[in-house]
Design a protein around this ligand. Sequence first.
Ligand SMILES: [Zn+2]
Length: 131
Amino acid sequence: MECIFCKIIAGEIPSYKVYEDEGYFGFLDINPINKGHVLVIPKKHYRWVWDDESIGKYMEACQKIVSAQKKAFDTDWVVSTIIGEEVEHAHIWLIPRYNNDGHGGAIDFSNRKKFSEDELKEAAELIINNL
Ligand SMILES: [Zn+2]
């Protein structure tokens, strides 16, 4: 199994997990665009989000996480992107935005932020506590 996301789901690669249900898994991006940037992936390996026959459940999982992010980070501004080219396993990005977060009116995808392990752990716990 070569897929890095399948390895994360299997626990072979550690991650900052924020969400898990029967079909979906959410974890923090470790090179985040902003604090609280979450990746949501189906547990079953699909190449593209659109290949998932349970896509409605996928969206419901994302909706739960976004509502937790809004409370956790006190923002109503959470953007979501479906691009899918970084890793060949379906993924959706859920990215909280903040005033003066260095991205301006639209996300600058080259502007990645660095957080310590403690900061990542704290962000994950904040989301979990607001689910
Ligand atoms: Zn995979």
